[in-house]
Design a protein around this ligand. Sequence first.
Ligand code: GLY
Length: 284
Amino acid sequence: MIATWPFGKEAVDVGAQAMRDGGTALDGVEQGIRRIEFLSSDGSVGLGGRPNAAGYAQLDACIMNGPNHGGGSVAGMEGIVHPITAARRVMEKTKHVMLVGEGARWFALEQGLKTVDVAKHADLKKKWVERQRDPEPGERGHDTIALLVLDANGDIAGGCSTSGAGGKLPGRVGDAPILGAGLYVDNTVGAAGATGLGENVMRHCASVMIVELMRQGMHPQAACEEVIHRIAARDPLGYDLHVCFIALDKSGRFGAAASSQRFPFAVGTGEKTEIHHVAQVTPR
Ligand code: GLY
């Protein structure tokens, strides 16, 4: 299992427990991400995440299941505690892949998912604005929880969840709920996930590109780095992208890369979970 940021350790540990309890890779992904959404302590995931310009959180999430190449996602959804579960329900209970805004919220409520009154979170904007004036170390870097899981059967699943960029325009959707951008899973090859500034991920369909490079034989580490080089080569921003990637292949090899900062991520084998770091990729 591999997950973004230090909070990924908690996601990996909870996901591993779900699988020890008999769950599949998909269960591991859902349970691990639910934990981070519940904690919502990082300020970038769940209803306690970064509010938009109007002062409330609009949440994005997606999930993919390798064995049937299933996918589900929700975007711009308000007031639902567990967007990752809403995304899984879209995948499993509808004939659609993506629901947005009020439709996503309506569906989640129909499914009986837990909700809260968004008005109660109105003080979040004030707190977030204050935090930007004096951010805690590393706070600006924290963003999407992306979690990739390979289970004992060799099946792969992945998911991600975020409140997106702080101060975004209401209705802005980032990379996290876009299959192929913030997440991609191919059960025959591996999976990749992204965190960072969504606009710079989704313009390049980064996750599917990483998986395709792995299909051609690249190690996940090399594939993540190669995609940063490729994006930087064609993007006016160069390496100033503020994006980070994780990847996991079918044989359990993993990798991670970041464009503009040192990037911590969590890796778990089921027995132990450790935080690893990669330095930012330097121009070649
Ligand atoms: N990576 C999350 C976002 O930009 O919304």
